[in-house]
Structure formats: structure tokens, C-alpha cells
Design a protein around this ligand. Structure first.
Ligand code: FEO
Length: 394
């Protein structure tokens, strides 16, 4: 693995996980990821900002050895999740003088998760500073990006903000700095949707803590580093704005073709009504893409058949996931297909406990859809058009 230089005396010493395919055993990764760890070499003290996933602890150590680092004074832990903290016990074993610098909440988590002894910690408060000699680190509490303990570390003299998960991307790339807007956008929006979107209100509430800082570089702990911070800041400003588009998501699963026929009809009617439609076949769905499309979608339609008097399990999974992500959806439509009775509408409705979208009239179709069913679907689309007009997005 390689050491990557940000500026004089500041290095990225973490690891690139080129082939990781799943994060948290849940989120598909298409481009691998990285666990960026930063070494800041002050004239008096040396700080390591975040560590790496424990699987890459040897890589981190090798990088430190390659820089001839004989002593580490501080390990700054911005976030206790193991993909950044997991190697800390190993680094403490190899650099026994080091102290873990973090806040009280993070300390407790690290003691619980990694069994780090209490005497290894230095506890910091919001806006506290730490001198490394020529460099000063300032700690800016920024909870819920992505756990309650998270904070950011600002290298004042060089105007570098180390943000850990915030502004990250699950992208493995040997280039340290992001090159252009498109490259930044593709990795960052998916990551935002999967990891940060449920916390958008927290990010919004604290965003001025970042925008008021003079910034040369934003250095997250996943994916590229931004030496044009205004690009990622502008993207985030848009994503956390909760602005809605004239869009409908249709998440569907079909066993014998009825639901597929309905979905295709809806796609045609919505398209011809000048409403953008994003269909997801739940049999093949990539949940990252679904999460990404939820960011600005006001209307979510779930269409599924009955199975054994209940609803198809894929519809349950999709509903549960959407409910977890707490999107801004304003309208929920449920369409079912059945043969002899089902409680699928009630089952799906009962999952949406975190969000309370207005329910559009349910449509239950017995067997294959018939002429009167298509009439109902046309009315359904007309209603969506009216609702979007009322939202001012049509
Ligand atoms: Fe990259 Fe919340 O850990």
C-alpha cells in the first residue's frame, strides 16, 4: 500500500479496499472503498487522525514505518465505528505512548467495542484545540454523521477539515484528490443516500459550522479528498435541502405477470403525463440506487402480489428499508394483486412507522388486470399529477 501526501507534513496513511463488495453486510459497493487515515507531523507532536478497518491494520502500520514514524502522541478518533477505529488497539500496542483523543461519548463506545482501557484516553470538548507545535487541531462536534459521537477535526493553519464519514464516498482510487465534478458526484451521492440521508436534518442544522471555516481541503475517511471543497459543499447543500422533483418511484415485484403489466402501464401513463418515473424491480434491486432516488422523490408506489395470504417478502423488505431511511415522500400508493383474498395492504401500511406519507387510494387487482383496472390506474395517475401540481413541482 502507499503513503499519499496531502501537503508537507500531512499524509494519508490508510488503506484502499479495492475489492470490498458489501458494507455492513447490507450495502452493495460497486467501486470498493478506502479507509483514509491521516498523519499530521507537527514540530512538537505527531497526531494520527482516524485509523482503519482492523483487516488493514498491518497496512496502516507499514505506512507509518515507511515514513519512519517512531512515536505517535495522539490518535484522534472522530468516530467509533470499527472501519475507522478497529485498528486503534493495534496502533496503541505498537506506539504505547499514544493517547486516544476523543469526546466522552466516543470514549465510551471505544471502551465497549474495542476494550481500550480508560487510561489511554484524553477527552476533548467542542471547539477545544490541541497544539502540535506549528500546527493546531480544533475539534468541532458534529453529531450524527454517522453516529451520535461524531466530530470533525480542523487543522487550522493549513485549513484542512478531516470529516471521517461526512462527505465520504465508497470509491477505491489510487488518486488522492477528486478530479472533477462528475467523478465526485457519482460516488458521493450514492454514499450520501445510503449513509447520511437519514441524518440530513442534523447535517443541515450544523452545516454553517463548516461553511464558516476557511477551507483549502476537505479530507473524509472514505474515498477521494477534495482540494476544491466548494464542489462537495455545494452538492451537499442541495441534497440536504429536501427539495422535491416531479418524480415517482415504482418499486414492484411480480410473480406471474400481473404486477409487471400494471407497472408497465403506470410507467407509460406517468411518462406521457410528463412525470419522471423510476421503476425498481425488487427481485434485482440495488438498494443503493433505490436510496439515491429517494432523495428528491415525493411519490412512492409499491406494487406486489399476495403470497400465502400475505404480501410478497421483497415488498416487505423494500418497505422496511424505505421506512428506515425516512425519506421526504409525501404520497404512498400501494397496489396489490391477489387471487382469493389478502392482507397485503395492511401489512405494508403497518411498516411505515417512521414516516407518515398521505396514502393514495389503494388498488387491489384480482388476477390479471382488466379494462376497469386500467381505468382505475389512469385515475391514479391523474391524482398524482394533481398532487404534484399542489406541491408546485409539476
Ligand atoms: Fe465509515 Fe460510520 O463508518
Amino acid at each position: 500500500m502507499a503513503v499519499r501526501k496531502l501537503i508537507d507534513r500531512v499524509y494519508e496513511v490508510g488503506a484502499i479496499d479495492w475489492h470490498r463488495q458489501l458494507f455492513d453486510d447490507l450495502i452493495p459497493l460497486h467501486e470498493g472503498t478506502s479507509y483514509n487515515s491521516y498523519l499530521v507531523i507537527g514540530t512538537d507532536k505527531i497526531a494520527l487522525i482516524d485509523a482503519v478497518d482492523p483487516k488493514f491494520k498491518d497496512t496502516l502500520l507499514e505506512n507509518l514505518v515507511s515514513l519512519n514514524v517512531k512515536n505517535i502522541d495522539y490518535i484522534i478518533c472522530n468516530h467509533a465505528e470499527q472501519d475507522h477505529s478497529g485498528a486503534i488497539p493495534y496502533i496503541l500496542n505498537n506506539y504505547p505512548n499514544a493517547k486516544v483523543v476523543t469526546n466522552q461519548k466516543c470514549k465510551q463506545l471505544l471502551m465497549d467495542l474495542l476494550l481500550i482501557p480508560e487510561n489511554k484516553f484524553i477527552i476533548i470538548e467542542d471547539r477545544q484545540t490541541l497544539s502540535l507545535g506549528n500546527f493546531t487541531l480544533e475539534f468541532i462536534f458534529f453529531p450524527w454523521v454517522h453516529w451520535p459521537e461524531t466530530f470533525l477535526t480542523y487543522l487550522k493553519e493549513e485549513r484542512i477539515l478531516f470529516t471521517c464519514d461526512l462527505f465520504g464516498s465508497h470509491v477505491a482510487n489510487s488518486d488522492l484528490f477528486a478530479k472533477d465534478t462528475l467523478e465526485i458526484y457519482n460516488g458521493a451521492i450514492r454514499y450520501f443516500a445510503e449513509i447520511m440521508y437519514p441524518f440530513r436534518k442534523n447535517i443541515n442544522a450544523n452545516f454553517n459550522k463548516i461553511t464558516e471555516l476557511p477551507l483549502n481541503i476537505i479530507a473524509p475517511s472514505h474515498g477521494p479528498v477534495y482540494n476544491k471543497p466548494e464542489i462537495i459543499l455545494s452538492l451537499y447543500k442541495d441534497w440536504i435541502s429536501e427539495k422535491l422533483s416531479n418524480k415517482v418511484i415504482i418499486a414492484y415485484v411480480s410473480m406471474h405477470g400481473s404486477i409487471e403489466k400494471i407497472s408497465n402501464f403506470l410507467i407509460k401513463e406517468l411518462t406521457e403525463s410528463f412525470i419522471k418515473v423510476i421503476p425498481f424491480n425488487l427481485t434485482y434491486v440495488d438498494i443503493g440506487y433505490l436510496a439515491t432516488e429517494l432523495i428528491d422523490t415525493p411519490t412512492f408506489i409499491l406494487a406486489a402480489p399476495a403470497v400465502l395470504n400475505g404480501v410478497h417478502p421483497y415488498a416487505i423488505y423494500a418497505s422496511y428499508l424505505v421506512n428506515l431511511l425516512r425519506p421526504e415522500i409525501k404520497y404512498l400508493g400501494i397496489i396489490g394483486s391477489y387471487g382469493w383474498g389478502s392482507k397485503l395492504i395492511e401489512q405494508i401500511q403497518s411498516i411505515f412507522t417512521n414516516i407518515k406519507p398521505e396514502l393514495l387510494p389503494n388498488i387491489m387487482i384480482k388476477g390479471y388486470p382488466k379494462e376497469n383496472d386500467f381505468e382505475k390506474l389512469k385515475e391514479f395517475v391523474s391524482l398524482i399529477k394533481e398532487k404534484h401540481k399542489n406541491l408546485g413541482i409539476y
